[in-house]
Ligand binder design. Structure first.
Ligand SMILES: *Cc1c(COP(=O)(O)O)cnc(C)c1O
Length: 351
């Protein structure tokens, strides 16, 4: 009889929050719908797609548009089917069986997930109660434990904490390991290494169109690094990983950067509002600790997380619950006001 092997036999398909919610603040997506103008541009480019042909394996036009938006050289960019695909490809190709990958928890759970599938050894170190990364401690750990690669998000999902650019550079410069720097939320902050990624021999920066850019539906992720590493990523990825429709729409979006800039500013302001209002709650309720944020969501430590999560769910609001923590994505001003109103109401009614 055929048996599933032990690394996959207990796995279950990924289930995002299911059901109908009036307000979705669970996945760090952008709250914006498309303007008429950009929708028309998208429709126009879709009509020009050659549907009978395979997509461009190099994503030439998309890479050009992405690179010019971020003022980098297209030779330093590889495109993935979401940055999720790139994480999986990089972990499986840049590390050999038995080599060690370091993750710093809490962080994006997929890092550890993919390491199990590709049979590399995943070492986990935990952040302290500030949830900040201690760079010198990390350097010691990487060097003394002979770690081949370290991966972390900056700003971090779910903690919303950011590491200054100088600290990240200090890390890259003092380890022999590959540093995979996931900047999924860096559009909301100003400490990116995207413009310097090509200067290092051991750095890969990851970006995505799913968060600030507002196109989680397209599945577009980007790796930025030196040419040697970029060519290796292009060589190991599946050739037609990014479909022609996503390439065409992605190109249009990055070539229309005014919209991106405008939406980004609104999201940053809305997040400040959400944070300030949550802080007011935390000043009254000591059991509700709100962390400062460098991203488009707020991280909260509370014993009441199951109760608050359930209360919001009952009121058709989805947020994300972790063990002892909540993560609330900043949505539109109306959505943020609604979640604040409900959390205040929760404390009146249920505590
Ligand atoms: C959302 C997220 C991603 C996934 O991005 P996709 O491009 O949608 O696959 C990667 N890393 C972090 C930290 C994220 O939060």
């Amino acid at each position: 009889m055929f048996e599933l092997n032990k690394k996959i036999k207990d796995l279950v398909p990924y289930e995002p929050i299911s059901g109908e919610y009036k307000i979705r603040l669970d996945a760090n997506e952008s709250p914006f719908e498309l303007s008429e103008e950009i929708m028309q541009k998208i429709i126009d480019v879709i009509t020009k797609v050659n549907f009978n042909r395979y997509p461009d394996p190099n994503c030439t036009e998309l890479t050009q548009a992405f690179a010019s938006y971020y003022k980098i050289n297209p030779i330093n960019v590889a495109v993935g089917n979401g940055s999720d695909e790139l994480i999986s490809v990089i972990e499986s190709a840049f590390l050999c069986k038995g080599e060690k990958l370091l993750v710093i928890n809490p962080d994006f759970s997929m890092y550890q997930f993919y390491s199990k599938i590709c049979e590399i050894e995943c070492m986990v170190t935990n952040k302290d109660n500030s949830y900040k990364i201690d760079v010198n401690q990390l350097i010691n750990k990487i060097n003394s434990d002979k770690i081949s690669a370290a991966i972390f998000s900056n700003p971090c999902n779910p903690t919303a904490q950011g590491l200054l650019k100088e600290d990240v550079k200090h890390l890259i410069n003092n380890v022999n390991a590959l540093v995979i720097l996931d900047e999924a939320y860096m559009d909301f902050w100003d400490q990116s290494l995207i413009n310097e990624a090509h200067e290092y021999d051991n750095l890969i920066v990851l970006r995505t169109a799913s968060k600030a850019v507002g196109f989680a539906s397209l599945r577009l992720g980007f790796a930025i690094s030196n040419v040697k590493i970029i060519n290796a990523i292009k060589a190991v990825k599946s050739p037609y990983n990014v479909n022609s429709i996503s390439q065409a729409i992605g190109t249009t979006i990055y070539n229309n950067s005014e919209i991106l800039e405008k939406n980004k500013k609104i999201i940053v302001n809305n997040t400040k509002m959400l944070y300030n209002e949550l802080m007011k709650i935390s000043e009254i309720h000591k059991n509700f600790v709100v962390f400062e944020t460098n991203a488009n969501f707020v991280f909260i430590k509370t014993d009441l997380c199951v109760k608050i999560f359930n209360y919001l769910e009952k009121n058709s609001v989805a947020i994300r619950k972790f063990d002892g923590f909540l993560r609330i994505t900043s949505g539109s001003l109306e959505e943020n006001s609604a979640v604040i109103y409900l959390i205040n109401k929760f404390f009146v009614e249920e505590v």
